[in-house]
Design a protein around this ligand. Structure first.
Ligand SMILES: Cc1cc2nc3c(=O)[nH]c(=O)nc-3n(C[C@H](O)[C@H](O)[C@H](O)COP(=O)(O)OP(=O)(O)OC[C@H]3O[C@@H](n4cnc5c(N)ncnc54)[C@H](O)[C@@H]3O)c2cc1C
Length: 209
């Protein structure tokens, strides 16, 4: 699937995906050792699971995303423990001059001031590197707006919990934008499960079917 651009330099990319709507129905049917006769039957079953709150069959869908987001978004994101993460290392790679600069509406018309401060920090980082300071030490001067990247593998049940909390107006605006992009990948790859989720289990206020 194509990368979905988020904020000024970030993105969400669904790089791998396992299971799908069919896997949910098959996992649920093992209880009665029954078989599916049609897609329509699967749809009805998935809808019923969501309605009754039988969520464990949703664990049989697994997504792997590549995310690029500012560090402050990553910190909020990584509080979601039921997932697997591998992140870019600031010890082994040198950072690029890539910061999230919030638009003026987000910063009370202070975007320029913020950008200037980020540029200064990056110049100091470069200076320290040029003096032979280790990357793991030089990075200490960089701000939370610096972009980082990670791989995120998560099953659909845990993803639903993430979307309930982050695809919602109570979450910080920036992570909301990412959550909506993640939801779009979910919708495209598993339309039946996504729709059953939004109709029956979704607690937020940003997603639609
Ligand atoms: C709007 C908003 C504001 C927030 N503000 C803050 C804040 O100020 N400070 C702060 O620290 N956090 C804050 N958080 C983070 C929040 O407290 C959760 O840590 C985070 O959202 C992950 O949710 P989770 O535990 O349900 O997800 P996951 O970690 O993915 O866990 C999923 C589910 O597994 C179960 N589970 C996981 N680990 C355990 C465990 N150790 N014991 C028992 N059950 C477990 C729970 O049922 C949990 O709901 C905020 C979150 C939101 C959405």
């Amino acid at each position: 699937m194509e990368k979905i651009k988020v904020l000024d330099k970030g993105y969400v990319e669904l790089v791998d995906f396992f299971g799908g709507d069919k896997a949910v129905a098959m996992a649920a049917r093992i209880s009665y050792m029954s078989k599916s006769n049609s897609i329509e039957e699967d749809k009805r079953l998935i809808e019923l699971l969501a309605k009754l709150g039988h969520e464990s069959p949703f664990e049989h869908i697994v997504f792997t995303f590549h995310i690029k987001a500012p560090i402050f978004v990553a910190r909020q994101w990584m509080r979601h423990r039921i997932a697997s993460i591998n992140e870019r290392s600031g010890r082994f790679t040198e950072f690029e001059d890539e910061f999230y600069v919030p638009p003026d509406e987000r910063s009370e018309n202070s975007s320029k001031v913020m950008e200037e401060s980020m540029k200064n920090a990056f110049e100091t980082y470069n200076l320290l590197i040029s003096r032979g300071v280790k990357k793991e030490v030089a990075r200490m001067v960089l701000p939370l707006s610096l972009y980082t990247e990670w791989y995120w593998t998560i099953n659909a049940r845990s993803l639903m919990n993430f979307l309930n909390q982050r695809a919602d107006s109570h979450a910080q605006y920036e992570i909301q934008r990412y959550a909506v992009a993640v939801a779009r990948c979910f919708q495209i790859s598993c339309p039946v499960t996504y729709s059953a989720f939004v109709k029956n289990l979704y607690k937020g206020n940003l997603l639609e079917i």
